[in-house]
Design a protein around this ligand. Structure first.
Ligand code: NAI
Ligand code: 15L
Length: 268
C-alpha cells in the first residue's frame, strides 16, 4: 500500500517549507521534525538528530520518511559529522528499529560535484558516474548514499537517494538553468520515490526537464517521475545579468559549480 503517514525531517528549511505546502495534495499526512520550530506548525517535533531517543520516537508509526534535515552547505567537518553523518545514521537506526519500510534521502549534486560539466555534444552525466564529492558537505551526502545501500543490503530498508540539483522557487544562476528542480517537480519526484514499487536502494538525479540539462533523468523517470517544468524561460534574463559559463573559470568547470572553490561563492 502507498505510504500515508510520512515523517518530514528538516521541515523548517527552505525545501521543507516548500514540500510541506505541496505534499499534502498527494494525500500524505505529514509529521514534521526540525531543530528549529516550524512556523505555523505548533505540532512539529523540535528535536536534534543527535538525540537518538527523540529520533526513535519521531519515526515510530510512520510509513515512510523524507529526510531533508541537516547542514545544507559547506561547513567545518566536525559540524557536518554531527548533523549529516551521525544524524543520518541515527535516523536509519531508528527507522530500522521501528520497522519503517522506506526513506527518501536528500542527497545532492555535490556528492558528484567534481564531475566536469558536460559541454557541446558530451553525453549527459550517467547515474553511475563515480562519486566525486566537492566538499565535506558533498562527502556527507556520499556517506548517506552508502549508508542507504548498507541498510538495504543488510536490513531490507529501502531508500531512494535523490541527488537534488537546485530546488528553489526560481533558478538564480546560469548554472542552475541546468540543475533547477521546480518545487512542483520536487513534489512530483518525492511522491514517485515514496510510491514506486520495489526500489531497493535507487539513486536518481533530481531536476526538472531543463533544456540545458547536464544529467540523465532515466532512473528518476523509471520511478514514475514525469517532470513538467523547464528553466528555459529564465535563461535570457540570467545570462544577460551574469554572462554564459566561462571556460577556464574553476567555478564554472564542474557540476558542483562554486562549491569546488574555497570558499564557495554565491551564486552557486
Ligand atoms: P535548509 O538548510 O534550508 O534546511 C535544513 C533544515 O535542517 C533546517 O531547517 C535545519 O534547522 C535542519 N537541521 C539541521 N541540522 C539538524 C539537526 N541536527 N537536527 C534536526 N534538524 C536539523 O536546506 P534545504 O535547502 O531546505 O535542503 C534540505 C535538504 O536537501 C538538505 O539535506 C540539503 O542538503 C538537501 N539539498 C537541498 C538542495 C536544494 O536545492 N535546496 C540541493 C541538494 C540537496
Ligand atoms: C545543495 O546541495 C545545497 O543544499 C543548496 O543550497 C544549493 O546550493 C544546491 O546544492 C546547488 O548546488 O545549487
Amino acid at each position: 500500500p502507498a505510504p500515508r503517514t510520512v515523517l518530514l525531517t528538516g521541515a523548517a528549511g527552505g525545501l521543507g517549507t516548500l514540500m510541506r505546502d505541496l505534499l499534502p495534495a498527494y494525500g500524505y499526512d505529514l509529521r514534521l521534525l526540525d531543530l528549529r520550530p516550524v512556523e505555523g506548525a505548533p505540532d512539529a517535533i523540535v528535536a536534534d538528530l543527535a538525540d537518538k531517543d527523540a529520533v526513535r520516537e519521531a519515526v515510530r508509526g510512520v510509513d515512510a520518511i523524507i529526510h531533508l534535515a541537516g547542514i545544507s552547505l559547506e561547513a567545518p567537518f566536525e559540524k557536518i559529522l554531527k548533523a549529516n553523518i551521525e544524524g543520518t545514521y541515527h535516523l536509519y537506526e531508528a527507522a530500522h528499529a521501528e520497522g519503517v519500510g522506506r526513506i527518501v534521502f536528500a542527497s545532492s549534486n555535490h556528492a558528484v560535484g567534481y564531475t566536469p560539466r558536460p559541454q557541446g555534444a558530451d553525453p549527459l552525466i550517467p547515474i553511475d558516474t563515480p562519486r566525486r564529492p566537492d566538499t565535506f558537505y558533498g562527502l556527507s551526502k556520499s556517506f548517506g548514499e552508502d549508508l542507504a545501500q548498507f541498510y538495504w543490503d543488510k536490513h531490507g530498508l529501502e531508500t531512494v537517494s535523490v541527488r537534488i540539483g537546485s530546488c528553489f522557487p526560481e533558478p538564480t544562476s546560469v548554472r542552475m538553468l541546468s540543475l533547477w528542480m521546480s518545487p512542483a517537480d520536487g513534489a512530483r519526484l518525492l511522491h514517485a520515490a515514496l510510491t514506486a514499487e520495489q526500489v531497493g536502494h535507487t539513486v536518481v538525479y533530481g531536476s526538472s526537464a531543463n533544456t540545458r540539462l547536464w544529467w540523465d533523468l532515466t532512473s528518476a523517470r523509471a520511478l514514475g517521475y514525469d517532470p513538467q517544468d523547464d528553466s528555459e524561460p529564465y535563461a535570457e534574463k540570467l545570462i544577460a545579468e551574469q554572462g554564459e559559463l566561462q571556460d577556464g573559470n574553476e567555478g564554472h568547470a564542474y557540476l558542483g559549480g562554486q562549491f569546488v572553490t574555497d570558499p564557495p561563492i554565491w551564486p552557486y
